[in-house]
Design a protein around this ligand. Structure first.
Ligand code: GLN
Length: 446
């Protein structure tokens, strides 16, 4: 705990943590020490973990990096966080992220951007940017983030660490601030596949507080990390050949595919015809869901209330106008529009249909192949302030939203650096609930 607290203290310029729970972490370390001595310690004893500011922890501030939740403290602890505590993890603090997890650079945070430890002028990715840089810069052993369209995998790729999004519904969403409920999934950011496996195993499983959490039993992932000697691997050819892909990322991916071929695995190109409809489909559906989920922030029940309101309607209007940042407002407006009576069928219903096509095609490919490989991101970490246009930011999610639209598990693994020393991530998807196989395979890449 002292080691990580020292690293946090020395690297405050990276803006990874919004709050550090030093005293509590020290006290918890003493408890864990005593349990270790008594032989009663849980499986995560001694693991020092940071949590993204979208996870509820009773008595602790929860703000989703937004002014809208200013002063709000959670009344309860979410399931994933409770399971970490029950397994004797040590929680060290609350981590910076994009406002309401909307973004891919951590720049939409009310608390300012987090910074990439490889180059502090560059973004750590997002939305779980603080969580990724905290692991990259050794400010905690692991972080817990959330991934709606890449928010665990993309910052992990930008920061040279591992980011794992389990199958949708594998980990209960109880106590996770809702962004797009049919996409949101909690996931770990770690330095090793073994830690990702162990943390997922602890957090996953049925939960009486979330009826959408899967009832399936959770395998002991951390004990099944030995890869098989023969896999069938497909790589998404249209992704590799796409125009915007940085040549160094393409080369890093080809190197990995060659290594896999050399180990005797079958590696084949596959065509996935929906690459160009992925971003519109994702942004129509997630903004629709977000506009509904964020309706609860009305200036009455939580956090921020406009001081200058004169009646109920102006209370709603002013609180939401002042409390939400520009990106969140843009998405609420877009989502409200695609759900409006005259446009519902043209946008929302159509996007639902396209999501089904994407899911069916992805599932079909994942029956033919054990895994699908593609880049995590089209570029390495970009400069803070570089992407001013929201659409260019959205387009950068091109490779991560497929797994989110299809609900399948996906992991980003670091596979090298570009000529500027910026990390490169490779992404692997597997069929729904094939986390054990996916994690075992990922260990071949590190
Ligand atoms: N960058 C994507 C978005 O802005 C993903 C965010 C996320 O996964 N929370 O929607």
């Amino acid at each position: 705990v002292e080691y990580y607290l020292g690293n946090i203290e020395r690297q405050q310029h990276l803006n990874a943590f919004l709050e550090v729970w030093s005293d509590e972490a020290r006290a918890q370390a003493d408890v864990v020490d005593a349990k270790l001595a008594a032989g009663t310690a849980g499986p995560l004893a001694g693991m020092v973990i940071g949590i993204k500011d979208v996870l509820a922890y009773a008595g602790h501030s929860l703000q989703s990096s937004s002014l809208m939740l200013d002063g709000f403290k959670s009344l309860y602890t979410g399931t994933a966080v409770q399971r970490l505590l029950d397994a004797d993890a040590i929680l060290i603090g609350r981590q910076n992220c994009d406002e309401f997890a909307m973004g891919g650079s951590n720049e939409s945070s009310y608390f300012g951007p987090a910074r990439n430890a490889a180059d502090a002028e560059r973004v750590p990715g997002g939305s779980s940017g603080g969580s990724a840089v905290a692991v990259q810069a050794d400010m905690c052993l692991a972080s817990i983030g959330s991934d709606t369209g890449g928010s665990v995998r993309q910052p992990a790729a930008f920061c040279g660490v591992i980011g794992f999004k389990p199958t949708y519904s594998r980990i209960s969403r109880y106590g996770l601030v809702a962004f797009a409920s049919s996409f949101d999934q909690i996931g770990p950011i770690t330095r090793s596949v073994a830690d990702a496996a162990l943390l997922t195993q602890v957090m996953a499983g049925p939960d009486g507080m979330d009826s959408t959490a899967s009832q399936r039993e959770v395998p002991a992932y951390s004990q099944q990390l030995t890869p098989a000697s023969h896999y069938r691997i497909g790589y998404i050819a249209d992704a590799v050949d796409s125009e915007g892909l940085n040549p160094e990322i393409k080369a890093a991916m080809e190197t990995q595919l060659d290594l896999l071929r050399g180990q005797g695995h079958v590696v084949e190109p596959v065509d996935f015809h929906y690459l160009d409809v992925m971003i519109p489909t994702y942004y129509i559906l997630t903004t629709a869901e977000a506009s509904s989920n964020l309706g609860r922030f009305d200036g009455v029940k939580y956090g921020y209330r406009a001081p200058d309101a004169t009646d109920l309607e102006s209370l709603y209007k002013k609180s939401r106008t002042q409390g939400f940042g520009a990106e969140v407002q843009r998405r609420i407006l877009l989502g409200t529009f695609v759900l409006s009576a005259s446009y519902y069928d043209a946008y929302y219903t159509k996007a639902q249909r396209v999501r089904r096509l994407i899911k069916d095609k992805t599932d079909e490919l994942l029956r033919q192949y054990d895994f699908l490989v593609l880049p995590t991101t089209p570029t390495t970490a970009f400069k803070i302030g570089e992407k001013q246009d929201p659409v260019s930011m959205y387009l950068a999610d091109i490779f991560t939203v497929q797994a989110s639209l299809a609900g399948v598990p996906a992991i980003s693994v670091p596979v090298g650096e570009d000529e500027n020393g910026l990390p490169i991530g490779l992404q692997v998807m597997a069929g729904a609930f094939r986390e054990a196989e996916l994690l075992a395979f990922a260990s071949l890449l590190t």
